[in-house]
Design a protein around this ligand. Structure first.
Ligand code: RM4
Ligand code: MN
Length: 393
């Protein structure tokens, strides 16, 4: 491939400067598998310390200015105070994630539970999350439901769809003008026979019925093996119904590993559709979020690495010669069109990104800068006592 010309470089770097990636508060806390949570040193003990860690990631990468919260994991007395603290640290509070999957009452489901009392409790939590959004200034309410059934006949599939629609409607109607409901889908787990929101089609249909403030979230880990995720991206973007990504990587199921680690080519293909759909700039309204857990690797460096992986895939997608691609496609030049894409994918964009960071006044190597910063040594000492934050708190 020929080196990108000055005009291309200018276009690519200005798009990369504007890119925004949101990090998840829970990725900074302890997490694990069903088998074991391995605690790490220096892990935050409360939402303030999670925000402080997120601010470090932003200071070093320059592209991660918001941090998503998960309620009740990030319950605080005063959300305005947490938002002010975030501001002091140079970041903002991002999406509010509801949690209706960790209470004994939800054994048979939350908003689709056959018991109307449990459904009421679940909906009240969703409404409480919108109250929190009002105080944090968050735009997005992200909903993932663990609801579903394990055995044929356990509950009525169709009635559960009705209950879901009712809950979503009440929540949607509570949203302010500038707020959105983002509906996430997941093929299976923890329900194994029938999940109530198993796929993008189901999420899309509910969002369509709700109205313009409802959009679909694509969590990259929530598909069957081999699913063409970039097709879903293209389809939802075209329909104006793509709201956000939960980025992560999977080798098997919902592994929540670092984005771009299992299949960087898939991430490139996804970002290519984003660029193709003119959806990269923050004004396009797509939230690019990470939804990851760092169970055995150090958390802050893993999150920095993840942000860099998204940037690298984006840079490659921006390098696709769209004129040459369109020409090859028009001419029916199958191999030529594929070569245009592969040329971009095979470009080493690390020097370009290092230069961009230098221009932004950042260290060209955020991983090395973090290692040198002494931040880990500091939090290890400062956070030696007390209860570390995790999935339950
Ligand atoms: C779910 C889903 C949600 C996330 C939780 C922790 O599988 O991906 O987005 O909030 O996990
Ligand atoms: Mn997710």
């Amino acid at each position: 491939m020929t080196q990108p010309d000055a005009q291309t470089l200018q276009r690519v770097t200005s798009a990369l400067r504007a890119q925004r990636i949101e990090t998840p508060s829970w990725a900074y806390a302890n997490s694990g598998t069903r088998f074991k949570v391995f605690p790490q040193e220096g892990v935050p003990r409360n939402p303030y310390e999670k925000v402080a860690d997120a601010a470090v990631v932003h200071r070093l990468t320059g592209v991660a200015p918001t941090v998503a919260l998960h309620i009740p994991w990030d319950l605080v007395d005063d959300y305005a105070d947490l938002a002010a603290y975030a501001g002091d640290q140079g970041v903002r509070l991002g999406a509010i994630n509801a949690n209706v999957f960790q209470d004994n009452d939800y054994k048979l489901g939350s908003v689709t539970n056959p018991d109307p009392g449990v459904r009421r409790k679940a909906i009240d939590h969703l409404l409480e999350c919108v109250d929190i959004m009002d105080r944090t200034g968050s735009r997005d309410l992200k909903l993932w439901f663990s609801d579903g059934i394990n055995y044929p006949g356990q509950d009525d599939i169709r009635a559960r769809q009705d209950r879901l629609a009712t809950a979503l409607r009440e929540t949607y109607d509570r949203l302010g003008d500038d707020q959105r409901l983002l509906l996430e889908y997941k093929l299976f787990e923890p329900a194994f026979y029938a999940t109530d929101v198993p796929d993008w089609g189901t999420a899309y249909a509910h969002c369509l019925e709700l109205g313009p403030k409802a959009q679909v979230v694509i969590d990259t880990g929530h598909h069957a093996p081999g699913t063409n995720i970039e097709f879903i991206v293209a389809f939802l973007l075209r329909a104006g119904k793509l709201g956000a990504f939960d980025f992560n990587s999977r080798f098997y199921a919902d592994d929540d590993l670092m984005v771009g680690s299992a299949d960087p080519f898939q991430l490139f293909r996804i970002m290519h559709e984003i660029v193709r759909g003119d959806a990269l700039a923050p004004e396009a309204g797509i939230a690019f979020m990470l939804d990851q857990c760092h169970n055995i690797e150090p958390k802050i460096p893993a999150i920095i690495r993840s942000v860099l992986n998204v940037q690298e895939a984006t840079a490659k997608a921006l390098l696709v010669d769209s004129d040459a691609l369109a020409a090859a496609q028009r001419a029916g030049d199958v191999l030529g069109a594929n070569a245009v894409l592969m040329d971009a994918y095979n470009t080493d964009v690390r020097p370009l990104l290092a230069e961009l960071r230098t221009d932004l006044g950042l260290d060209p190597d955020p991983m090395a800068a973090y290692a040198r910063s002494g931040y880990f040594e500091r939090i290890r000492a400062e956070r030696a006592d007390g209860q570390q934050a995790g999935w339950g708190a």
